[in-house]
Structures are given as structure tokens and as C-alpha cells.
Design a protein around this ligand. Structure first.
Ligand SMILES: Cc1cc2nc3c(=O)[nH]c(=O)nc-3n(C[C@H](O)[C@H](O)[C@H](O)COP(=O)(O)OP(=O)(O)OC[C@H]3O[C@@H](n4cnc5c(N)ncnc54)[C@H](O)[C@@H]3O)c2cc1C
Ligand SMILES: *[C@@H]1O[C@H](CO)[C@@H](O)[C@H](O)[C@H]1NC(C)=O
Ligand SMILES: *[C@@H]1O[C@H](CO)[C@@H](O)[C@H](O)[C@H]1NC(C)=O
Ligand SMILES: *[C@@H]1O[C@H](CO)[C@@H](O)[C@H](O)[C@H]1NC(C)=O
Length: 343
């Protein structure tokens, strides 16, 4: 039987993991990733990569919970293996603190994290700014290592990687049977989906190897995340801001705010700075669609709009997207143009 040809647009954490799930779980198909940029030049490479499910509640919580649980389980199993440091994965414990207590004192994801608990008053003393806080152990995934590892695994599973910009989906018609849309913020131009917008994030990478715990504020505007190779300091959440250049004013503010929570940072050595545009949408788009133009039709699976939580949800959404691809395959095989083009 002929293989079904699947193209995945995008080589960030969402595209590569989706391509891998398709290649490893959907029988009789070939997978090609087409992307303008690969690691280390994607938004995913800028992320601190911490599993932390902060996504707007318009995406139903039960879906968020399932995606997070699946992603946590997947990264957890890597974290326990000997290859963890090469894949860029590690456990990370720390404090999430609030100047004002949150509405929900126990978040929906608390039982997925390890050792989640509300901080007591003596623990809160460490942070003069805080009136409330959580302590938990999560997982972190450094995408500058994780993405190349996904690429390697994908090639092993028979997948192909191709550099290129897709300006019109119909240019793929005839070459591929199913297109999976994992283009992040690129979906705006590509799909004319005006519901997707950037939330600009600027970060600072520093050398401060004495830091072993993370500190973040509940709103995600200030964070200190020790990673495998460096500590990520952030950040900004600038809605509708497309600037990709480092803003010196942001740099200064980020550093000052982080020092207020972690004073020892004054002794750190600065390594680099980066900017990424979080592909934000009120509702993460994960669904299938059949597009028609005259007598032609093309099957699409959309998987984009992960906002500030693409690493957090990537594996769960990749599994679900692969399932959608699987569901489409019988339809592709019965499509008249499929059989004629294969004759
Ligand atoms: C400062 C910062 C910190 C963050 N920290 C975290 C964190 O701690 N935890 C977390 O979970 N998330 C975090 N995020 C969010 C996370 O980075 C994103 O949710 C995630 O990277 C989205 O992944 P993606 O694969 O959808 O998009 P991207 O990584 O942007 O990948 C998109 C891909 O599509 C390609 N593409 C786009 N348009 C086209 C086209 N027309 N043709 C061909 N290719 C195209 C691009 O070249 C690229 O390969 C952070 C983001 C920022 C900016
Ligand atoms: C996959 O292809 C093989 C060989 O052509 C065939 O025997 C098998 O039934 C196919 N599997 C599915 C699930 O279509
Ligand atoms: C707060 O928790 C710590 C453990 O981190 C414990 O040692 C301490 O006794 C607790 N304090 C109170 C007041 O419960
Ligand atoms: C993404 O989906 C939209 C339809 O909503 C479509 O117009 C666009 O071409 C798609 N892009 C790709 C590459 O799948």
C-alpha cells in the first residue's frame, strides 16, 4: 500500500514533536518537516523551557490538564534516564510567589507537579515581596538541546527535514496528502488567522551556577530559572509587540527585578540576551479541517497558538495531533484524486 505523505510546517518544539509522534505512531506514512527556521533560531529556543501550565482559561481546562499530564509523563521518563543531560532535560524545584494571593489557592495542575504545597509563613519570609506562595518540583527542557535531539530521533524514524517557507498551503497540494500546521506565530500570515498575536518576551542568560532553585512570580513577569547550561532571567509580556531586537530598557528592568527576588544575582556574569514572540491565541487551535478549492481538497491538522506554554503542552498536543492525522488517513485513501495521482 502506498504511503500517505504528511508535511509538518514548523520546526519549533510543537512541529518537531508532532512530526515525531506521527512518524512513530501512525503506520504507513512518510513525514517531512518544512520550516523556515530550525533550532537554534526558533521561538522555542528562547524559552526557559519550564513545564508550567499558564495558559488562558478559554482553552478548556480538561484539555490543558490532559496535555500537561502527557507532557509531564514524557519528559519525566527522559529526566530519569542517563541521557537526560544530553537531551537538555532536568528536574527543577523552586518557588512561585504572589504579591497578592491568587483566586485559586490550589491550581488545576498541582497534583501533576511533584511535591506541590503552599508555602508557610516562615518559608515566605525569604521573599519580603510575597504574601502567598507555592513550592513544587517541575521539569525543564532546554530546547537548544531538546530540539536537535527530536530532529535526530525523527530522522531515525524515517522523517525528513526541509528548509523552506510556505507562503500558500496550496503549493503543497499534490506533493503531500495531509498538512499539519505547527507554524507558531507564522500561522498569522499563513492562515490569515487574525486571532493569533505575539506576546513579546525578552530574556537574559547568565552564569550563576550557585543557583539551584527557580523563583517566579505568579503572573510570570519575573523569573529566575536555573537551567543545565545557564540561568534564564526574565521577562516581559508585551502583547502585540513584534520587535525582535533586544531592548536595553527591558534588559535593565529585567535584571533589577530579578535581583530584587534573588540578590545574589548581582554577582552573576552575563552571557547573552534573546527575544521571542509567544504565539498567543485565546484558544489553542488543535483541530482538523478539510480545505476545498474547486475540485481540489487538502486535509489540514492545525496545532498552534501555544502562547507562553508551548514546552509545557507540546507532547500532549503532539499526541493528539497525531491521532487526528490517523483519523484522516482512511479519508485520504478514498479521495478520488489520491488514487488518480498514484496511478
Ligand atoms: C521569553 C520566552 C520564555 C518562554 N518560556 C517558556 C517556558 O518556560 N515554558 C513554556 O512552556 N513555554 C515558554 N515559552 C513559550 C514557548 O517558547 C512557545 O509556546 C513555543 O516555543 C511555541 O512553539 P512552536 O513550535 O509553536 O513555535 P516556534 O518555536 O516559533 O516554531 C515555529 C516554526 O514554524 C516555522 N514557520 C512559521 N511560519 C512558517 C512558514 N510560513 N513557512 C515555513 N515555516 C514556518 C518557523 O520557522 C519555526 O520553525 C516562552 C517564550 C518566550 C518568548
Ligand atoms: C501498512 O502497509 C503494509 C504493507 O503495504 C500493509 O500490509 C498494512 O496493512 C498497512 N497497515 C495499515 C494500518 O494500513
Ligand atoms: C514551614 O515548613 C518548614 C519546611 O520547609 C518547616 O521546617 C517549618 O516547621 C514550617 N513552619 C511552620 C510554621 O509550619
Ligand atoms: C493553516 O490553516 C489555514 C486555514 O485555517 C490555511 O489557510 C493555511 O494555509 C494553513 N497553512 C498550512 C501551511 O497548513
Amino acid at each position: 500500500m502506498d504511503e500517505v505523505r504528511v508535511a509538518v510546517i514548523g520546526a519549533g518544539v510543537v512541529g518537531l514533536s508532532t512530526a515525531l509522534c506521527v512518524a512513530e505512531t501512525v503506520p504507513n506514512c512518510s513525514v517531512t518537516v518544512i520550516a523556515e527556521e530550525f533550532s537554534p533560531h526558533t521561538t522555542s529556543d528562547v524559552a526557559a523551557g519550564v513545564l508550567s501550565p499558564h495558559l488562558s482559561p478559554e482553552t478548556p481546562i480538561d484539555r490543558q490538564r490532559r496535555w500537561f499530564k502527557d507532557t509531564f509523563a514524557h519528559i519525566y521518563s527522559i529526566a530519569q534516564s542517563a541521557e537526560a543531560p544530553d537531551v537538555g532535560v532536568q528536574f527543577l524545584s523552586g518557588w512561585e510567589i504572589f504579591e497578592e494571593p491568587p483566586k485559586e489557592r490550589i491550581p488545576f495542575w498541582s497534583d501533576v507537579m511533584l511535591a506541590f504545597r503552599v508555602m508557610n509563613n516562615s518559608e515566605l519570609k525569604r521573599f519580603p515581596q510575597a504574601t502567598f506562595g507555592w513550592m513544587y518540583t517541575t521539569l525543564q527542557c532546554d530546547c537548544t538541546l531538546y530540539l536537535p535531539w527530536l530532529e535526530k530521533r525523527l530522522k531515525k524514524a524515517g522523517g525528513r527535514l526541509q528548509v523552506g517557507k510556505v507562503t500558500d498551503l496550496w503549493e503543497l497540494d499534490g506533493k503531500y496528502d495531509i498538512v499539519v500546521n505547527c507554524s507558531g506565530i507564522g500561522a498569522r500570515a499563513l492562515t490569515e488567522d487574525m486571532q493569533i498575536y505575539p506576546v513579546r518576551g525578552q530574556v537574559h542568560k547568565v552564569h550563576a551556577p550557585w543557583l539551584k532553585h527557580f523563583v517566579r512570580t505568579g503572573d510570570g513577569t519575573i523569573y529566575v530559572y536555573p537551567g543545565i547550561n545557564s540561568v534564564t532571567l526574565g521577562g516581559t509580556r508585551q502583547r502585540g509587540d513584534w520587535r525582535m531586537s533586544v531592548d536595553p530598557f527591558d534588559s535593565k528592568t529585567i535584571f533589577e527585578k530579578c535581583c530584587a527576588y534573588e540578590p545574589s544575582l548581582k554577582l552573576c556574569r552575563k552571557l547573552s540576551e534573546g527575544v521571542g514572540l509567544r504565539p498567543t491565541r485565546d484558544v489553542l487551535r488543535l483541530e482538523k479541517e478539510k480545505l476545498k478549492r474547486g475540485s481540489r481538497q487538502i486535509f489540514v491538522v492545525h496545532n498552534y497558538g501555544h502562547g507562553g506554554a508551548g514546552v509545557t503542552f507540546h507532547w500532549g498536543t503532539a499526541k493528539e495531533a497525531a491521532q487526528l492525522v490517523k483519523e484522516i488517513i482512511p479519508e485520504v485513501r478514498h479521495r478520488p484524486s489520491y488514487t488518480t495521482s498514484k496511478l
